[in-house]
Design a protein around this ligand. Structure first.
Ligand SMILES: [Zn+2]
Length: 293
């Protein structure tokens, strides 16, 4: 008996996850640790694993492949890519800045927690907050002497994301991915004005808007983008650190998979979906047109 669509989708996701893991592990095994400049090595480990984690979590939840939530993942992935690509250009100095800034933020948060316990020692949760302070302080101290941690405000890099994207020669990813996804991540009008309101049909009401909370159909294009950003990050290691990998990268796996045409047919053919009207559809991209034709 032929496999159901749901089973095929589950198999596709399983295979995708395997490709993502293999791409991460095989590259990581080729990177020689630098014990004198640990920060850079640690950043490469953490940010690559972060990309892998985000794309895997998104793949596991196809219900998130829609315009309401997919940009939350995607914006975060674009950000991780720009961050790592920027750090790689001046690894020692920039990775230190990145780590130090994060530790400063952690120190600040611990201070807020302590303040809360001091201000209201009899609060029902003061004991659990005190424990939280303990755990977080232990982590912070394991990273660096706490007295050496400065709390900085502003951007960790001293550059805006747009400037960072320019620095790495990828202003286009800032303009075409970071900017539109940020509207969703920050609940800006250009997102909520489209996704979360509808116009009242009573002409006497002068076209005011009504709240709209509706499910959107899912679209594989969102998942395709996640695969693309994970692949961009993996390729950074190949280009800059000389790694190689004989497993297809997530993007290649995605577009060459025999299940893709079926997935497009089943999931992307909803003419009422706001997403398909607003997003450049995967189906319109040349590599897919060829496959489907
Ligand atoms: Zn009305």
């Amino acid at each position: 008996m032929a496999k159901s669509f749901e089973d095929s989708l589950a198999d596709f996701v399983d295979e995708y996850i395997e490709v993502v893991h293999k791409g991460l592990d095989s590259r990581w095994n080729q990177i020689v640790p630098d014990t004198y400049e640990r920060h850079f090595h640690d950043c490469v480990a953490a940010l690559n694993a972060r990309q892998a984690t985000l794309t895997i979590e998104m793949a596991l939840a196809p219900s998130t492949w829609n315009g309401h939530v997919a940009p939350l993942f995607l914006r975060c992935m674009v950000d991780a890519y720009i961050t790592l690509a920027w750090i790689i250009e001046e690894p020692v100095e920039r990775s230190r800045k990145y780590v130090q800034y994060g530790l400063g933020q952690e120190k600040l948060f611990i201070e807020y927690l302590e303040e809360a316990v001091r201000d209201d020692p009899d609060a029902h949760d003061s004991e659990s907050i005190a424990q939280l302070v303990e755990v977080r302080r232990t982590w912070l101290n394991s990273q660096l002497a706490e007295w050496a941690t400065e709390v900085n405000v502003g951007s960790w890099s001293g550059r805006s994301t747009r400037e960072m994207a320019k620095d790495i020669g990828r202003e286009s990813i800032y303009k075409h991915a970071y900017v539109p996804f940020s509207g969703c991540a920050h609940n800006m009008w250009q997102h909520v004005g489209i996704y979360n309101v509808e116009t009242c049909r009573n002409p006497l009401h002068k076209w005011h808007r009504l709240p709209l909370c509706e499910r959107h159909s899912i679209h594989p294009d969102f998942m395709y983008r996640s695969a693309k950003y994970a692949s961009l990050t993996y390729r950074l290691l190949d280009e800059k650190l000389g790694t190689t990998c004989d497993v297809p990268d997530p993007e290649q796996f995605f577009i060459e998979h025999p299940f893709l045409p079926m997935m497009m047919h089943r999931l992307a053919n909803n003419p009422t979906s706001t997403d398909t009207k607003l997003q450049p559809s995967l189906a319109l991209r040349p590599q897919f047109a060829a496959r489907r034709g």
